[in-house]
Design a protein around this ligand. Structure first.
Ligand code: FKS
Ligand code: ZN
Length: 678
């Protein structure tokens, strides 16, 4: 299993700069690179990464994407004087040449390819390249929007050629549409390009019709180009997460990429003068964490835009921290996407329904009156309650943003816990014991009895159960004290252990405990006070217990040959869990589980983004191989194999949809379509 995170940075890429006054280009400054790197050093993240040197991209590599003419023009600028540089630059929309631009652009390409090689060769698991000039606007025969060579597009073509890859996912979370990348791959089904971008109904640069949600790709490439336009500014963490849950991730898991490349622009973050969005730096930790679960963790993050130096630096650090496997910080803000975001999500899902199995049963009846509807949506000034109030009056007030971020990041950047996982050495744990795991001693019987005496005392008959409860209390204590990040224990009666763990956690002070219970839960604690939220994934409805705001019974019988659980995890469990914002997650697997190991692994892998990755897992002690899989995930050793993708049946889609319709007002992250007749 590859491990380690590469960081590629070469200060020579700071020599490219604007020589004349140009209010459009003057935000793309060298300090974007140097201050990001300094921020990484200040958080001691540079020393934790594997340093991989940049190199010059060769002409041959550049010609994988660009025309010879484009290369020649770029090359010719090296010896030009300022007057000539200015004249050549005027041939392009929002681009500037400097005598060192060509050299820097080749370093940016080379740095990107070095990262691809380091990941594909297994030298590291993932990594980030801090490069400029950026790339995603540049096209076969033109520079555009600060970009000369399309670093990410060249990387995708390079990876296909050198490693014979057939499925590459490009995620472009920059706030501008990477039209360059779209043009390059729009007929290519081997490269799935996803971009969200500020659009405002084509008002915002580059103001292209083909940046809208209905540009789905051409010819064989249909379905492999996904545009999610933001028609309002002020989009925040919940909008970005909703876009991942309800658009990108289901498609990405169905596509099953062999490599993921991110066009990582941070102008979609708060404070950026270009984006005017509200998302805070920690959201990039969540987005990165999700993408780390694809392609066996093979993830290359390439810098694109980002013009507020403090916001850029914090977001870069959040990204690298997550690539390193650190716990994911709690995401801030109200977990409720705005109306405009939900409309865009609904539109892009409808546009892609013909191309993706996971969307086969998507309800697109709203399209019938799209002519009036879309006109209505475009002209409607949705009332203020559906727009996010901006945390900062306007993003142009840089100092105000600096101060906001100073305070905001204070309580987010916590130290990495010395030990990742605690366990009581349950059988089979010797397989994953490593420096990340701490064996905790059992608690003695009398102490346990005292703790359990209040409740369930009658249920605790034998010593074995008492001992397993004892180990559980010890682990929960360590998690609460943040001595460890997560813990795992086996139990002869996982249902009892889970119930006791929930009660104990609330008594220890966890105010919102999420419990995902797989199998027959047998005893269901009272969830009325909202201090617990239980999602019971079971084969059949528990006797008489219907779903309510804090208790969901999700009936699911895993498909025999593969893993059809994606739609439940992405379409229901994660949105509810993120809406609830737990400060502890308990994953329990009881007897006669109805989910395969890959479905449970998917769940554990994705749910680590919650509660600062504070998870307590308790597994029925008959499930040795499951326990080992879950333990490996908690230690962070591997990205699980999710098994063959099996699309959800209509019946299962309808069950998720029914739960969504019923609870999307309580748990707003469930929203992925606007109510009819608004
Ligand atoms: N009225 C004309 C406005 C032109 N604005 C250009 C914005 C370029 C954005 C570049 C970027 O941030 O997307 C990149 F990632 F490429 F750097
Ligand atoms: Zn941008």
């Amino acid at each position: 299993m590859a491990s380690g995170t590469a960081l590629i940075y070469d200060e020579e890429m700071t020599t490219h700069k604007l020589l004349w006054s140009d209010p459009i280009c003057d935000i793309e400054v060298p300090e974007r690179l140097s201050s990001s790197y300094e921020q990484l050093r200040s958080y001691h993240l540079v020393e934790r990464c594997v340093h991989v040197p940049a190199r010059e991209g060769s002409e041959e590599e550049i010609l994988l994407v660009h025309s010879l003419e484009h290369l020649e023009v770029a090359k010719s600028t090296q010896t030009m004087n300022e007057e000539e540089l200015k004249r050549v630059s005027e041939n392009y929309d929002a681009f500037f040449f400097h005598p060192s631009t060509y050299r820097c652009a080749r370093l940016a390409v080379g740095a990107t390819l070095q990262l691809v090689d380091a990941v594909m060769s297994g030298k590291v698991r993932n990594g980030m390249a801090l490069v400029r000039p950026p790339g995603h606007h540049s096209q076969r025969n033109a520079a555009n929007g600060f970009c000369l060579f399309n670093n990410v597009a060249i990387a995708a073509e390079y990876a296909k050629l050198k490693y014979g890859l057939q499925r590459i996912l490009i995620v472009d979370w920059d706030v501008h549409h990477g039209q360059g990348t779209q043009y390059i791959f729009e007929e290519d089904p081997s490269v799935l390009y996803f971009s969200w971008h500020r659009y405002e109904h084509q008002e915002f640069w580059p103001s292209l019709k083909e940046s809208d949600y209905d540009a789905v790709g051409l010819g064989k490439g249909k379905g492999f180009n996904i545009n999610l336009p933001w028609n309002k500014v002020g989009m925040g963490n919940s909008d970005y997460l909703a876009a991942f849950f309800h658009v990108l991730l289901p498609t990405a898991f169905e596509f099953d990429p062999e490599l993921v490349i991110v066009s990582s622009g941070y102008d979609s973050g708060i404070g950026d003068p270009e984006g005017q969005m509200n998302a805070t730096p920690e959201v990039f930790a969540h987005l990165t964490h999700f993408l780390m679960q694809l392609a066996n963790g093979k993830l290359c993050v390439i810098l694109e835009g980002g013009y507020h130096l403090k916001s850029l630096g914090e977001s870069v650090c959040m990204t690298v921290k997550t690539l390193l496997g650190d716990p994911v910080p709690q995401v801030s803000g109200e977990m409720a996407p705005c109306l405009s975001a939900v409309e865009s999500i609904q539109n892009v899902r409808a546009a892609h329904k013909p191309y993706w199995k996971w969307l086969a049963y998507e309800d697109t009846s709203f399209l019938q009156n799209l002519s009036t509807k879309s006109h209505f949506l475009k002209t409607a000034n949705s009332n203020p309650s559906t727009e996010h109030e901006s945390k900062i009056t306007n993003n142009n007030d840089t100092v105000k943003v600096d101060r906001f971020l100073e305070l905001h990041m204070k309580n987010i950047l916590f130290p990495v816990p010395p030990i990742k996982t605690a366990t009581t050495g349950c059988e089979g744990s010797e397989h994953f014991l490593s420096e990340h795991v701490q064996l905790v001693k059992e608690m003695d019987k009398t102490e346990v009895e005292a703790l359990v005496s209040g409740f369930y005392a009658d249920l605790v008959k034998d010593n074995k159960t008492l001992l397993s409860l004892g180990s559980m209390f010890v682990i929960l204590d360590k998690i609460l004290k943040k001595e460890v990040c997560n813990g795992i224990a086996t139990s002869p009666t996982a249902a009892l252990s889970a119930a006791v763990a929930l009660r104990h956690s609330v008594r220890l002070g966890f105010q919102r405990v999420l419990c995902v219970f797989v199998g027959d839960m047998q005893m269901i604690p009272n969830t009325e006070d909202g201090k617990m939220l239980i999602i019971n994934i079971c084969e059949k409805e528990q006797s008489g217990k219907t779903s309510c705001k804090h208790y969901f019974s999700l009936n699911w019988k895993e498909d025999a040959e593969g893993n059809d659980f994606f739609s439940a995890v992405l379409g229901f469990i994660l949105p509810v869990a993120y809406s609830y914002q737990p400060n502890l997650t308990v994953i329990a697997v009881g007897p006669n589980r109805n989910l395969g190991i890959s479905g449970i692994s998917l769940l554990v892998a994705l749910i680590q983004g919650l509660a600062e990755s504070r998870i307590f897992a308790v597994i029925e002690d008959t499930e040795i191989s499951l326990m080992q899989n879950v333990a490996k995930l908690l230690v962070g050793a591997s990205t699980p194999a999710f098994g063959i993708y099996v699309p959800p049946t209509q019946e299962k889609v309808n069950r998720i949809k029914a739960l969504r319709d019923q609870f999307q007002q309580e748990w707003k992250m469930l929203q992925c379509s606007v109510k009819e007749g608004i």
